[in-house]
Write a protein that binds this ligand. Structure first.
Ligand SMILES: NC(=O)c1ccc[n+]([C@@H]2O[C@H](COP(=O)([O-])OP(=O)(O)OC[C@H]3O[C@@H](n4cnc5c(N)ncnc54)[C@H](O)[C@@H]3O)[C@@H](O)[C@H]2O)c1
Length: 392
């Protein structure tokens, strides 16, 4: 159970790039990183507009001398201080992630980066190698993976409760962009600009989330090939607002050879809030998880009544109870899931003992690289009349 005690003897001196006032994702980074006192926000370059970023840093209580106009100045100035920053989180638009992550690693910092970590798989491999050479952690905020039921699914699959996996049906299909939001909302504009967003919108923005969930649930999963179709239903969009991907899987201990994964990534699914669901069908049983009801998971054995597993319950695998914060019955949500990930990032950065977890993992730079590779392969398939494309 987590009770707020630090994993290190001190809070990691931590900064943010981006996540400025009015940004979508900045607050959850700050609140989750600092939830268990593992990180303390001491510096930042919070905004593309230096004045706005400096003013916002002060509103957050950061020392005015450590509110910087840009990340380059921050990394240079902080390196001169004895109490300089040790880690940085990057919550800026996609097109900046690679350069900022690279600069942070070169400055000897641990990094938490938003997805996608970069635009190309070649860049991703470079970041993987740099993180290794510098002996630094790069965590990627696939935040939903911090929910306790994801740990439960991972343990159930590992222990053979589902048998061999045959089919995965998953989606992250929401509806907010069924109108041209980018014309009225400035924060939506960069998402359809390939120079700022990369080669994909719907798949990069949301499809990579269920992809990482199944990678976390099934660590030995191996994609053999992918087939993708993508569309921009709203006129004038340069990037897709809807896509379907089928993946063909290799046989492994947990996966039957030829298992099929179906992934719907969409931003035009009228009426849906997130529409983020994963159903895993095995030879013995199926499980299904929905991010809008994250404390529950359906466990369905053929011929028996459907069971609903509940977060915090004594019958879960011990690994799924390590990060319980308030006991079963109370609803935990996305903030707790992110706090769990930030706690794991702190454990990884500190080199602290991971034995309490039994099975310690976190979304790493390798996972980020896998997401970037998946996007490249999906776009390659879609652009070639939706042919099957080898994954490796
Ligand atoms: N993990 C998740 O669940 C999740 C959810 C939403 C967004 N995201 C990702 O988070 C990132 C940010 O998304 P958002 O929705 O918060 O975007 P946003 O446009 O709402 O906010 C971006 C912030 O970054 C600042 N910024 C831009 N360039 C900068 C620079 N060079 N230096 C410093 N600050 C800079 C902007 O001023 C703004 O404050 C994106 O990569 C997005 O894909 C992840």
């Amino acid at each position: 159970m987590i009770n707020g005690s630090k994993v290190l003897d001190h809070s990691i001196r931590w900064a943010m790039v981006g996540g400025g006032k009015g940004s979508q994702i900045g607050y959850i980074h700050r609140s989750s990183a600092q939830r268990d006192n593992n990180f303390k926000l001491v510096a930042g370059a919070f905004d593309i507009n230096p004045e706005r970023g400096i003013a916002f840093g002060q509103e957050l209580g950061v020392d005015p001398d450590r509110c910087y106009p840009d990340y380059q100045t921050m990394f240079a100035e902080e390196a001169k201080r004895e109490d300089g920053i040790e880690a940085v989180s990057i919550a800026t638009p996609n097109g900046t992630h690679y350069a900022i992550t690279k600069a942070a690693l070169e400055a000897g910092l641990h990094v938490v980066c938003e997805k996608p970590v970069c635009f190309t798989y070649a860049e991703a491999e470079e970041l993987v190698a740099l993180a290794k050479a510098k002996n630094r952690v790069v965590g990627v905020t696939y935040g939903y993976s911090g929910h306790q039921m994801i740990q439960q699914a991972r343990q159930m699959i590992k222990n053979g409760d589902l048998g061999q996996i045959r089919v995965i049906n998953m989606s992250f299909a929401f509806g907010a962009y069924n109108v041209k939001l980018e014309e009225t909302n400035p924060a939506a504009k960069w998402r359809f600009d390939p120079a700022k967003a990369g080669i994909s919108f719907a798949m990069a923005d949301v499809g990579t989330h269920p992809l990482y969930l199944i990678e976390a649930m099934i660590p030995d999963m191996k994609i053999r090939k992918v087939l993708c179709t993508k569309q921009a239903f709203i006129e004038g969009r340069q990037l897709e607002d809807n896509a379907f991907t089928i993946m063909d899987l290799e046989g492994t201990e947990c996966v039957q050879d030829g298992a099929q994964v179906y992934c719907w990534s969409s931003s035009i699914n009228c009426g849906a809030r997130h529409g983020h669901k994963v159903r895993i069908v095995g030879s013995k049983a199926s499980i299904e998880w929905d991010d809008e009801r994250p404390n529950q998971m359906s466990y369905e054995i053929e011929g028996e009544p459907v069971r609903t597993l509940e977060r915090g319950a004594g019958y879960l695998y011990p690994e799924a109870r390590v990060e319980d914060r308030i006991g079963g019955g109370h609803a935990e949500g996305l903030f707790e899931a992110w706090s769990n990930l930030y706690r794991r990032f702190a454990v990884a950065m500190s080199g602290a003992d991971t034995s309490e977890y039994g099975d310690f993992w976190y979304p790493s730079v390798e996972a980020g690289a896998q997401g970037v590779k998946w996007l490249e392969k999906c776009v390659e398939s879609a652009n070639n009349n939706s042919v099957w494309v080898d994954f490796n």
